[in-house]
Design a protein around this ligand. Sequence first.
Ligand SMILES: Cc1ncc(C[n+]2csc(CCOP(=O)(O)OP(=O)(O)O)c2C)c(N)n1
Ligand SMILES: [Mg+2]
Length: 465
Amino acid sequence: MAMSWNSRRVIGAVKRVTPQWKSIVARKQGDLLPTLRLFPFPFIGDGSDGVFPRRFQSTEAEKMLELSADRSLEFPGGKVTFVSSMNFLAEASAERVHCYRTLDESGQPLMSSKFLEVSEEVAVRMYTAMVTLSQMDSIFYEAQRQGRISFYVTSIGEEAINIASAAALTDDDLIVPQYREPGVLLWRGFSLQEFANQCFSNKADYGKGRQMPVHYGSNKLNYFTVASTIASQLPHAVGAAYSLKMDKRDACVVTYFGDGGSSEGDFHAALNFAAVMDAPVIFICRNNGWAISTPTSDQFRSDGVVVRGQAYGVRSIRVDGNDALAVYSAVQSAREMAISEQRPILIEALTYRAGHHTTSDDSTKYRPADEIQLWRTSGDPVTRFRKWIECNGWWNNAAENELRSNTRQQILNAIQVAEKVEKPPVADLFTDVYDVPPPNLQEQERLLRETILRHPADYPENVPF
Ligand SMILES: Cc1ncc(C[n+]2csc(CCOP(=O)(O)OP(=O)(O)O)c2C)c(N)n1
Ligand SMILES: [Mg+2]
């Protein structure tokens, strides 16, 4: 076959770049054996040594080398059209990716907005959970300020992402969280007492008091324990999703992360891995504008996070994270696609971290107070959803007052109980990793006990020795 200059260049480039293709090109040229001798790659065996090659049918040489009439190239991944003009892809589209929203700030459905039906029962339950989460945040935050717990993280401003996404899933779906999604656990039935036990690191905490507060987890509720090493949960989520796929389960994995998480290498590895393995996993990015004090403008130049999905071959959507109805619809649709089509989905939810990063942070040092104030008032997702259920006649002031005073009392009770429960024993610090503790751990335990005995006044009395 006569080849044009262009096709020779393409084949030349291919030969230089991808060794696997050398055999394909050589075969086309009727010169297979000499080429194999020249390029003895381990995967190209002839069977004489008992090792047979493993070949992937990713391309068909015949097609690949044939320049068709419409000037295109069969290339792994599909046909690529040649053009004579030298066009660089623009670094950004002329218009930013649109954001799916159903309700405006005053809780009114937008003209022609489309969303999945939410019954009165589910809507009221969602609102109740959003209020409970925000009340839990303010009371636990105060408890930290009073020195009763060591640390706390609020989800203020992100109640809709937490609760509406949880409401759109089934309990069989596995949750692999970051740390600002306790509302998902609340929705699944983790009790206020269980939250308080974890934050007070008492004997009833499932982590035996070995983690910082807010590192919740529940085997029963399919909620992986929080790991605050940013983005480390994302590859784990893909692995878990792949196992669901192998078991042909009617469930998916849902993993949460922040904009800061999307700046970690693990995010990219996870997205690519999920795409290539067709893993049924939903990535929910809470783009709240900040990774502690680092604004998104110092993190990336792309149009947020959503565009990266397409780059990796992952179906994606951008949604208004403060619109509970939009989040609910997007997550439920994503779940349907992830399971029925066995594919990953990326959701970028636009929101704002309306609280400080944690109790160790004062965000007024690095962002304007009026910006925070604006999001706390007109941007508040809880108020917006309340207005919608009120308009539907499903909610009123009396119900609001009753909910707030009951929930407040329940949270205060849970804290009081948790505070009185004994702490886990010192010995628990050294268990559950090794069957038989190695000598270095045994030595550490001995040193710790000696130190406590030498300085009893410096150690809490309620930790059994
Ligand atoms: C691997 C790693 N690097 C740094 C940190 C310190 N750190 C804790 S939270 C955080 C910011 C994360 O921001 P984002 O993912 O946007 O979540 P947000 O707190 O905004 O919800 C950082 C840098 C960490 N925990 N782990
Ligand atoms: Mg963030």
